[in-house]
Structures are given as structure tokens and as C-alpha cells.
Design a protein around this ligand. Structure first.
Ligand code: CP
Length: 298
């Protein structure tokens, strides 16, 4: 999201709409192609959408748990070179962005970041697709993100400001390992980014987005319990709920998994202006478009 031009993001979104509308036209577009899916972290959506996505395009997926593979005991370089002999693309959900970059450096095939501590670009593609489907444009559209500044906030900010939407970031806490000054500077330079600590700014948005206050790898970690408790205290005034919205009815977004009663009140999750499941479903369509473009089959 940080490096690709707006035209490329738009091209993926247009193709995603086309693929979503007529999936049968692409049913064998990636026949004979293999996608290696590498996981160091848990997943529901990323796993399901990429695995089904490549299959729906006629290709195959191989899912590999990093800790049960020999990526765990050998330099990434050699394993990356080997798997490139069989895989036509790699989707990797790794803990560290540096390792995703190392994988991309040595692999001979495209490497897709399936969420690291800094970025979650395929989530942002699905998010932008969801907004675009609703509005048919990004011009004049305002998306507020309320929560902890994390990997999701980074890619949403970079992608949305690039394609023409306005973004309001309401993020009193920052995941230190997620912060990317260069990305934020570029977003500010578009003139479409506002940063505020006022949670009531959600009332000025067409779409209000929130995400977990604690990253997935820490959520059930006893060693992180004190920091988790501190964040819950700090973030509670920023919970997305009806009181905060005060009668305003923006579209509600969340990338899932959800923690009801923490970052979002339970009654908003399935309210009639929630797009949460559409957003999650759009992972599949956006990722199919991405695979088609990366593998030259668009
Ligand atoms: N939003 C998202 O990436 O979901 P998973 O962690 O379940 O893959």
C-alpha cells in the first residue's frame, strides 16, 4: 500500500469487482499454479480466503505452518529459493516485516504479505473494495479509524488517502512496532489525513472502522496481561458504540476477529449499517484479483 501507485490499487479493485460479479469467467485462470501459504500466526479469514481464492481460480494451495516446517531451523534464503521451484506465489503471515522482506528478497516468485506487525495490505484491499462498492467513488468519502494505531491502520491510511478518500485517525495508542513515519508523511502530504485524539470525530465520517486493541499474538499471552489491562483502561473511552455515535449512522467496519465489549459494542456488530461481514467476504474477491494480476492472468 505504501509503495504501489494509486492506479495499481484501483486496477486491483476494478478487477475484484469484475471477479466477484462473474467468478465463473475466472474459474481456470490460474490452472496449474500453486500458492504456498506460510503461517507463523493464527488466522481464519486470511487462511480461508487465500486457500479458496486460488482454488476458485483453478489453482492449488499448500498451507504450511512455519513452526512445523524447516523455515524454523534454516535461513529464510535457502528455503525461499527451494519453495520457489514449486510455488508460483507465496502468501506469508509472519511476525516480523523484516522476515517478509527477506522472503521476498530470495524468492523467485511474488510474495504477498498476509499480515505482519507493520502492515496488512490484503485487508486494506478488501476494505477499499467494500467502501468502493457502497459509494462508487472515493471522492468526498470520509473514513474514520478509531482504536490503536497498528498494521491495519497503516495500510488503510496509505491506501485510502492514495485513492482519494479522506481518513480521520483517532488513535491515542500506537503499537510501537507498527509505526511508519514515512507512510504517515506520505499520507499527510495528500492533504486527506486528519489526526485527532477526539473520539467524537467519528460523527463526521461516512465509515467508522475499528480493530483489536491488542495484536493477535499477544491476546492470550499471560506475559502481556498487564499491558493488555492498561490498554483496555486507556482505550475504553474510544470504544465504538452508540453513545459515541450519538445518533449518527455511519457504516461500521471491523477487520475481525472481533472482541465485543472492548473495541466495539456488541449491538453494532450486526446492526443494519454494519459492513463487517461484507468486508470479510471481500477478502476473497480482492485476493483473487491480486493473484490474477501478480501472476499475469488478469
Ligand atoms: N482480518 C484478518 O486478517 O483475519 P484473520 O486474522 O482471521 O486472518
Amino acid at each position: 500500500m505504501k509503495d504501489v501507485p494509486a492506479s495499481e490499487i484501483r486496477a486491483v479493485l476494478e478487477l475484484a469487482r469484475e471477479v466477484k460479479g462473474a467468478p465463473e469467467r475466472y474459474a481456470s485462470a490460474l490452472a496449474g499454479r500453486n500458492l504456498l501459504m506460510l503461517f507463523q500466526k493464527t488466522s481464519t479469514r486470511t487462511r480461508l480466503s487465500f486457500e479458496l481464492g486460488i482454488q476458485e481460480l483453478g489453482g492449488r494451495a499448500v498451507v504450511m505452518d512455519w513452526s512445523k516446517s524447516n523455515f524454523a531451523i534454516s535461513p529464510i534464503r535457502y528455503e525461499a529459493r527451494y519453495v520457489s521451484r514449486h510455488a508460483h506465489a507465496i502468501m506469508a503471515r509472519l511476525l516480523r516485516h523484516a522476515d517478509v522482506q527477506e522472503l521476498a528478497r530470495w524468492a523467485h516468485v511474488p510474495v504477498i504479505n498476509g499480515c505482519c506487525e507493520r502492515y496488512h495490505p490484503t485487508q486494506a484491499l478488501a476494505d477499499l473494495l467494500t467502501v468502493y462498492e457502497r459509494c462508487g467513488t472515493f471522492d468526498g468519502v470520509t473514513i474514520a479509524y478509531v482504536g490503536v494505531h497498528n498494521n491495519v491502520a497503516n495500510c488503510l491510511t496509505a491506501g485510502a488517502t492514495k485513492v482519494g478518500a479522506r481518513v480521520i485517525l483517532i488513535t491515542p495508542e500506537v503499537n510501537p512496532s507498527s509505526w511508519d513515519e514515512e507512510l504517515m508523511r506520505a499520507a499527510r502530504e495528500t492533504g486527506r489525513l486528519e489526526v485527532t485524539l477526539d473520539p467524537h470525530a467519528v460523527r463526521r465520517a461516512d465509515f467508522v472502522y475499528t480493530d483489536t486493541w491488542v495484536d493477535m499474538e499477544h491476546f492470550n499471552d499471560p506475559a502481556y496481561a498487564d499491558e493488555k489491562a492498561r490498554r483496555m483502561n486507556r482505550m475504553m473511552p474510544y470504544q465504538l458504540n452508540r453513545e459515541l455515535l450519538d445518533g449518527h449512522r455511519p457504516f461500521i467496519m471491523h477487520d475481525m476477529p472481533i472482541h465485543p465489549g472492548l473495541e466495539i459494542a456488541e449491538d453494532l456488530i450486526e446492526c443494519d449499517h454494519s459492513l463487517i461481514y461484507e468486508q470479510a467476504e471481500n477478502r476473497l474477491h480482492a485476493e483473487k484479483a491480486l493473484l490474477l494480476r501478480l501472476l499475469g492472468a488478469a
